[in-house]
Write a protein that binds this ligand. Structure first.
Ligand SMILES: Cc1cc2nc3c(=O)[nH]c(=O)nc-3n(C[C@H](O)[C@H](O)[C@H](O)COP(=O)(O)OP(=O)(O)OC[C@H]3O[C@@H](n4cnc5c(N)ncnc54)[C@H](O)[C@@H]3O)c2cc1C
Length: 532
């Protein structure tokens, strides 16, 4: 059993990430916002921490004492700091609400269990007292996955899994590691590095998101072409539910009926709390090379990526920015807003591995060249790798400057991708007037790919309503164009209606049936995934 030696700084309560890394807006971006989007400073600046309005704690002292008896009184927190930091997630809407002083979704208490058995006991108590429970990993949900419906409940607790942060064991022969859900990615990587392994999961939320959150929301990292999505990495898991324990995954693959792991993956805390994961690991690579390729158009670049995804060789990182994103420089955060003069679309192609990297790179280069790509060398790739986690810090500065910036993502089959790309852009433009809409192919498969959109627009007098309406219509456009409402962010509350449209009434009934069996009193994340 190994525990991490370092923990990251607590996340900024009103924005993203480590407060020490707050980013100023480059002058080029300020000009762009003013001249292109007519962005003006907001009339009301963000509130200070002390001005966030929290609802009074409704949980009775008796219930709080019982929770404390399970985890130890020091692990039940009622202070404003803990409550504010466990209010919602990190979507732009979440940030706007808290910056406006709205702490109405704050949990009554934050409870930190230290073992699977403690989680089981907490769930039993909360069911008995009808207390809603929000499993809380890194708090980086961008789909409203951390907001519980309060109606009919005696109160809400955030079940923070940070103390479940051990590497339990490594099976070097099977190349799997059993790890606890509260491990943040840097901690997990550090522990695995001690054994020469890596997970290879590098989402943009890398610094703060946890293993449990990745499994619960079916996350996908920036190197998914090579290492796979997080749900591909999960070979086993233990889940605490109000009805008892589920131990899933006794073999890598099985024909023994439907795979119940798939019921828990993506269930976003609505069916149970993941208390340990058995994960496939890879040997930590000795070589990493990232490079840039330019294509004449998004269509040409997409065809090249499809060719690699279908015929191989498949690089570890494979992404392609559309013309607008290439022009703004989003794929090269160090030069953001510099308005690249050469037209076309930038692809970032990365290789991680060992001796085979050289040959792989040569074979992939031949395919990319034959598909019309122009090699740009490693400089754009290194620039991308250097700035890959910095964009979320800029979002805070953009918000403060009066711009709404948000991302949304989908996936579809290759044949439907152009239609999906057009449909989302059209919908965002018709809702928002003249926003800046950028897109890249973020994850590729043999049969299709994921499209990841970044939208920047001037804030209206009601920025929350403005984005809610735009997001609703974009989700409808995605479903109508045959895409999925989420490739890797999950459902939460924000995508609930669109998800229901995607799976149909019968699909929702199946989920409701599972929930009723595992969580008969409906205490787990009420309102997330399916309507309460
Ligand atoms: C700036 C930014 C960048 C992002 N980039 C990416 C990206 O590149 N790729 C990507 O996939 N996602 C990305 N995300 C989304 C987010 O990081 C992922 O959804 C991630 O999986 C959430 O992990 P978390 O630990 O923060 O979970 P949380 O946000 O704490 O929880 C997410 C959901 O899972 C539930 N949950 C958490 N832990 C458990 C558990 N142990 N058992 C059961 N349920 C649990 C919660 O109740 C909630 O519904 C990004 C988010 C932000 C803010």
């Amino acid at each position: 059993m190994e525990t991490p030696t370092s923990t990251a700084e607590p996340m900024l309560w009103s924005g993203w990430g480590d407060p020490a890394k707050a980013a100023d807006l480059p002058e080029t971006l300020r000009t762009l916002l003013r001249d292109m989007l007519d962005v003006r400073a907001p009339e009301t600046p963000a509130v200070s921490f002390g001005e966030v309005r929290l609802a009074p704690v409704t949980l009775s002292p008796l219930v709080l004492a019982e929770l404390g008896a399970v985890v130890g009184a020091g692990h039940v927190r009622l202070d404003d700091d803990a409550r504010v930091r466990h209010t919602r997630g990190k979507s732009t809407l979440d940030l706007m609400r808290v910056r406006a002083g709205d702490g109405s979704d704050a949990p009554d208490a934050v409870v930190l269990p230290g073992s699977h058995d403690e989680v089981l006991e907490l769930l039993r108590l909360c069911a008995a007292h009808r207390v809603a429970v929000v499993p809380f990993g890194g708090g980086t949900s961008v789909v409203g996955g951390l907001v519980a419906a309060r109606d009919g409940f005696a109160g809400v607790v955030a079940l923070d899994l940070a103390r479940l942060n051990r590497l339990i064991s490594v099976d070097t022969e099977s190349m799997t590691a059993e790890m606890e859900p509260g491990l943040r990615t840097p901690q997990a990587e550090l522990l695995l590095a001690g054994h020469g392994f890596t997970l290879g999961h590098f989402p943009q939320s890398y610094e703060y998101a946890t293993l449990g959150g990745f499994a619960a929301a079916r996350s996908s990292g920036q190197a998914s072409a090579g290492y796979g999505r997080f749900d591909d990495m999960v070979v086993g898991m233990t889940v605490a539910t109000p009805r008892g324990t589920l131990d899933l995954g006794r073999a890598p693959k099985s024909a023994a009926g439907p795979d119940l792991r798939q019921v828990i993956l993506g269930s976003e805390g609505a069916f149970g709390v993941i208390t340990s994961l058995r994960l496939r690991v890879r040997r930590a690579p000795a070589r990493r090379i990232y490079e840039g390729w330019r294509f004449g158009s998004f269509a040409e670049g997409s065809a090249a990526l499809r060719c690699l995804a279908q015929e191989g060789p498949v690089p570890t990182v494979l992404r392609l920015s559309d013309e607008t994103e290439t022009m703004i420089g989003l794929a090269r955060p160090d030069e953001l807003g510099g308005l690249a003069s050469d037209a076309g679309c930038l692809a970032i192609v990365g290789y991680e591995g060992f001796e085979e990297v050289k040959a792989l790179r040569e074979r992939a280069a031949a395919v990319l060249s034959e598909s019309g790509g122009l090699p740009l060398g490693t400089e754009p790739g290194e620039s991308w790798a250097h700035g890959r986690y910095s964009a979320p810090y800029l979002r805070d500065s953009l918000l403060a400057a009066g711009a709404t910036v948000e991302t949304l993502e989908t996936a579809g089959f290759w044949s439907g991708l152009p239609r999906l790309h057009d449909a989302v852009r059209l919908s965002l433009r018709s809702s928002l007037g003249s926003p800046l809409v950028m897109c890249h192919i973020s994850h590729v498969y043999a049969t299709g790919a994921s499209l990841y959109f970044t939208v920047v627009t001037a804030q209206s007098g009601d920025p929350l309503g403005q984005w809610e309406a735009a997001k609703r219509s974009a989700s409808e456009a995605i479903v109508a164009a045959g895409g999925t409402v989420s490739h890797h962010h999950g459902v939460g509350r924000d995508h609930r209606e669109a998800y229901a449209a995607e799976i149909g009434e019968l699909g929702v009934e199946i989920l409701r049936g599972v929930k009723d069996r595992l969580d008969p009193r409906g205490i787990l994340n009420p309102g997330v995934l399916i309507a309460p």
